[in-house]
Structure formats: structure tokens, C-alpha cells
Design a protein around this ligand. Structure first.
Ligand SMILES: Cc1cc2nc3c(=O)[nH]c(=O)nc-3n(C[C@H](O)[C@H](O)[C@H](O)COP(=O)(O)O)c2cc1C
Length: 167
């Protein structure tokens, strides 16, 4: 398998812990992890991408992702496979749960990217989310505020699936 680039943004640290969890699950596979606070230019060098963002404001991208938005919007994602992870709080923000992930989805699909790793919305108690298309999240939805006990199994199962689909 070609090397996987994992890119995450975090404000209060929960997404960094998820990046560590992903790192652990990819331990037998070639990969590198980047905090987007340090830049996003490395995205160009990967055909296999995992992009991870929490949601802030009401349904917005995390601030480091947001500050690189125009650079992201000028990238060509043709020929890249992209797996998304969104963090959010389904009770406090039950009408915009993990919607930051949808922002990334819209940007990369508009520029030719192929999304892999959509997941069932069963087992979550949000009211509304633009990150759901049909009955699937556009990536892996994680809620460290309310369902952190589910996270290890969710990440494990999802990594197993996406690594079957990457180049
Ligand atoms: C000001 C603020 C706004 C938020 N807005 C949303 C939201 O719209 N949707 C959502 O699902 N979660 C929302 N959250 C929850 C965060 O996405 C969640 O706590 C996440 O785990 C934080 O990740 P981080 O520690 O990596 O920054 C918000 C949190 C804060 C503090």
C-alpha cells in the first residue's frame, strides 16, 4: 500500500488524541501524521489521505483548517482517495453534529477527490447533521464528549475498512 498522510486540526486537544489512536491502528502500515497548524502543503504528496477535524462555531471547520481553507480550495484532489474523520458533540450541538467534516467533504469532492470510509449513522443520538448523506456519515463520526468509550472500536473497525480501499 502507498504511504498514508494523516492531517488533523485541534483546538482543545481531543483530535490530537484521535490522531494518536489512528497512529496506533496504522502501526503496521506506512504513514505520517501532520498537525495542520504547521501547514497543509504536504497533502499534495499523498494519494491516500485521512483528514480529521472537530467542528466549531455552528457546523464550522476547526480554526487551523479554516485558516488554510483557500489553499485547500486550490488543490487538485483528482486521483486521491480521502477518508474523513469528524469530532463533535451530539448533545450540545445536536443540530450541527460533526458538520465540519461536511465542509472538508465539499471541498475535496468539488476538486476531484474520491471519498472512502463513509459510515452508518446508527448508534448516534444527534438531531440533524449535514455530515450525513442518506443514512451515512461522509466519514467516521466521533464524540469524545459523550461516547468516548465507543471510540477505540469505531476507529479500529474503520481503519480496517479504509485500508482495504486505499491505493
Ligand atoms: C465553541 C464550540 C463550538 C462547537 N460547535 C460544534 C458543532 O457545531 N457541532 C459539533 O458536533 N460539535 C461542536 N463542538 C464540539 C467540539 O467539536 C468537540 O468538543 C471536539 O471534540 C473538540 O475537538 P478538539 O479538542 O480537538 O478541539 C463545539 C465546541 C465548542 C467549544
Amino acid at each position: 500500500m502507498e504511504k498514508i498522510g494523516v492531517f488533523y486540526g485541534t483546538t482543545s486537544g481531543k483530535t490530537e488524541a484521535i490522531a494518536d489512536e489512528i497512529d496506533f491502528n496504522l502501526r503496521k502500515i506506512d504513514h505520517e501524521i501532520f498537525n495542520v497548524a504547521d501547514g497543509i502543503g504536504e497533502i499534495e504528496n499523498y494519494k491516500n489521505l485521512i483528514l480529521v477535524t472537530p467542528t466549531y462555531g455552528v457546523g464550522e471547520l476547526q480554526r487551523d483548517w479554516e485558516s488554510h481553507r483557500s489553499e485547500l480550495e486550490n488543490m487538485d484532489f483528482t486521483g486521491k482517495k480521502i477518508a474523513l474523520v469528524g469530532l463533535g458533540n451530539q448533545f450540545t450541538f445536536g443540530e450541527s453534529f460533526v458538520e465540519g467534516m461536511r465542509k472538508l467533504y465539499d471541498i475535496v469532492t468539488a476538486r476531484g477527490g474520491e471519498i472512502i470510509g463513509m459510515t452508518s449513522n446508527e448508534g448516534y443520538l444527534y438531531k440533524e447533521s449535514e455530515a450525513v448523506i442518506g443514512d451515512k456519515f461522509v466519514g467516521l463520526a466521533l464524540d469524545e464528549n459523550n461516547q468516548d468509550d465507543e471510540t477505540p472500536d469505531r476507529v479500529f473497525a474503520w481503519i480496517k475498512e479504509i485500508t482495504k480501499e486505499f491505493y
